[in-house]
Design a protein around this ligand. Sequence first.
Ligand code: NAD
Length: 428
Amino acid sequence: MTKAQTAARIGVVGLGYVGLPLAVEFAEAGHHVVGLDVDASKVKALRAGTSYVEDIPSERLRALADRIHVTTRYADLAQVDAVIIAVPTPLTENREPDLQPLISSGAALAGVLQEGQLVVLESTTYPGTTRDRLAPLLEESGLRAGRSFNLAFSPERIDPGRTDYTLRTTPKVVGGLTPACLKRAVDLYSAVCDEVVPVSTPEIAEMTKLLENIFRTVNIALVNELAMLCDRMQIDVWEVVRAAATKPYGFMSFSPGPGMGGHCLPVDPFYLAWKAREYDMQTEFIELAGEVNAAMPYYCADKVAKALNDQAKPVRGSRIAILGVSYKAGVGDLRESPALKIMSLLAEQGAELSYHDSFVPELTRFGLESRPLDDVLQDADVAVIVTVHPDLDVERVESAGAAVVDFRGVAGQGRAAKRAPAKQPARG
Ligand SMILES: NC(=O)c1ccc[n+]([C@@H]2O[C@H](COP(=O)([O-])OP(=O)(O)OC[C@H]3O[C@@H](n4cnc5c(N)ncnc54)[C@H](O)[C@@H]3O)[C@@H](O)[C@H]2O)c1
């Protein structure tokens, strides 16, 4: 569908890291968007033209004010042609799928669903969710999935902070309940994506997303385990990864790090592990990768303690500057951030913590505010590089005089780059 053709009315449910960029893309493609969120403070901010998602500057949002209607009322979705659901799919405390946001949005949508509408689920979830969980909820409306309304699943591949691949340039996988559902969903996404990849069922599309994320989780765990071994063997794992990345085929590089964060990689694989148990399967790669990645913050806290020990200092009372606390570079997202675990472990041992993060002004759970880089370095016994935002001056960190513990392989890069210029590893 192009601008010159019909301007469709699109509803987006859940205006977070996934939903807000989607709403903006559809509006920029000339469509009328109804964006819905249960969080009234987000709705208020968006109505005031203020974006809380780093990838969407407020000016971009304001330019679309007449095309995006933001609301908390599901009734406003009754007039749209298609509804995309992008609500969270977290884990419960027992690390089982928590479909509550999806169930409540599906139930609320059923109350206003109209004949002929298309509903697409984008939230990451286990295979079968669209058909077995969402369809029955929507059918509470009295309408039939695949007959009186269309239903599809399309996994979201957005990578917040990334600029080389966008929603438009990243192929979009789509699986429909029926061929007609598939066609409607392919047409919908063709307005904002250069390439749409149709697959035969929603289950294939659901599993595709899990395969992508599990692939990353397992490979990150592998390289993290190697990093711990290299540390013991006094081998520079970063140089190993850079050297391996020169192989032009059969190898894909992943970066070691302080552990895994965000809403996706630490969470999504366990949706599949949970579902697999219904089929008498233990997904051992997933469990093992989860264990290795979850152990990384403990390893990191030990490394910091060792760096202090080298200065004949205990953790208790030492001043530790944490550089970068969000889970990844370029965003302020704190969900599952390993930095927070490392900080908790060090705080439990009596460390005096400070931090610098240009994307996270305060950490209420630690009673801390981000301080300028020079301030935190000046006081520190040890500076810990956890997340490297684009504006982090690594040379400044190295020259400040505090011991530096680097979990991202950026310290000494100037020297290393001169020795071995090589491809940058994939972000992990
Ligand atoms: N963040 C990513 O990088 C990313 C990438 C790919 C896929 N995903 C998946 O996309 C989904 C959304 O993730 P996100 O990062 O955008 O989450 P998010 O928390 O940033 O946004 C979700 C939004 O949904 C709202 N919400 C919750 N319950 C609701 C309801 N019943 N009705 C309406 N709105 C409701 C929340 O208030 C929130 O604003 C998840 O399944 C996630 O796994 C996320």
